[in-house]
Design a protein around this ligand. Structure first.
Ligand code: NDP
Ligand SMILES: C[C@H](O)[C@@H]1OC(=O)[C@H](O)[C@@H]1O
Length: 258
């Protein structure tokens, strides 16, 4: 087990990539605080966040779910407080929560631009800061991981509000690596390619899916569990000398230009 008895916070842990990360961290021996924003109950009256908590408990680990908008700095502090109250501290913080409402550039409403920056970039900043403060106090180091994107490296016609936030997260982790290295706190990014989740349910038409499956050297779009392994690696002592770095997890999409 790579994360035995570590305490992990995952923002946006109720669905998609964050859920995959939260469950894999538990499988690797961690207790987990997951965060969510809305989390409507499904048909059976059980919400996605409750499902994740149950899944983690079935693995023999502990989990709590904390509701809150990551764009609000108070949410980051509430997550750290929950980790301390329930599990005694924080070892790993994963800034995963994010939104991407596809929209054209010339018609972009300022509200959507600001909301996207607030959740994706400022949310990452607030979590890194709150977790970093606690990790510094604890004096046993830690790992902070931002779920950035291949979109940190390339553009997207309908993502002009989104790609800068992903580049910003990557840059933020580089600067945090310098600011927090003296405390043994490592800061890195994971850059997923296109992963099938609710965020792109409408964007991934059958035609686009076929195109991606042909263009991606590994022959398929990503799934949430494809991202969890690299996150666990960066969170673990196997990555003890890795900081200010990033791992592109895209099936080879980025390098396949022509
Ligand atoms: N899917 C992809 O192709 C890629 C995704 N990414 C990044 O991965 C991350 C996760 O995306 P993905 O799993 O696809 O998305 P999903 O839409 O599947 O899940 C988003 C998660 O974030 C939570 N969330 C949304 N807004 C907020 C908020 N304001 N405060 C707290 N939690 C919030 C949601 O909670 P709730 O259920 O309560 O709404 C949910 O748990 C994002 O940062 C995204 O940019 C990066 C590259 C590719
Ligand atoms: C949501 C998109 O499908 C997805 O998000 C990213 O960050 C990737 O670059 C894809 O565009």
């Amino acid at each position: 087990m790579l994360l035995k008895d570590k305490v992990v916070i995952v923002t946006g842990g109720s669905r998609g990539i964050g859920r995959g990360i939260a469950v894999e961290c538990a499988r690797q021996g961690a207790d987990v605080v997951i965060n969510y924003a809305r989390d409507p109950a499904g048909a059976a009256g059980v919400s996605p966040a409750q499902e994740v908590v149950a899944e983690i408990e079935a693995l023999g680990r502990r989990a709590v779910a904390v509701k809150g908008d990551v764009a609000d700095p108070a949410t980051a502090q509430a997550l750290v407080d929950a980790a301390v109250a329930h599990f005694g501290g924080v070892d790993v913080a994963v800034a995963n929560a994010g939104v991407c409402a596809f929209h054209d550039f010339l018609g972009m409403p300022p509200e959507l631009l600001r909301e996207t920056i607030g959740i994706n970039l400022e949310g990452t900043y607030f979590l890194a800061q709150a977790a970093g403060r606690r990790m510094q106090e604890q004096g046993r180091g830690g790992a902070i991981i931002a779920i950035s994107s291949i979109s940190a490296l390339v553009g997207g016609e309908f993502q002009t509000h989104y790609t800068p936030t992903k580049a910003g997260q990557r840059s933020l982790m580089q600067s945090c690596a310098i600011a927090l290295g003296r405390y043994g706190i490592r800061c890195n990014s994971v850059l997923p390619g296109t992963i099938v989740t609710d965020i792109n349910r409408d964007d991934l038409t059958p035609e686009k899916t076929t195109y991606f499956n042909q263009r991606i050297p590994l022959g398929r779009l990503g799934q949430p569990h494809d991202i969890a392994g690299p996150v666990v690696f960066l969170a673990s002592d196997l990555a003890r000398y890795v900081t200010g770095a990033e791992i592109l997890v895209d099936g080879g999409l980025y390098v396949n230009l022509q």
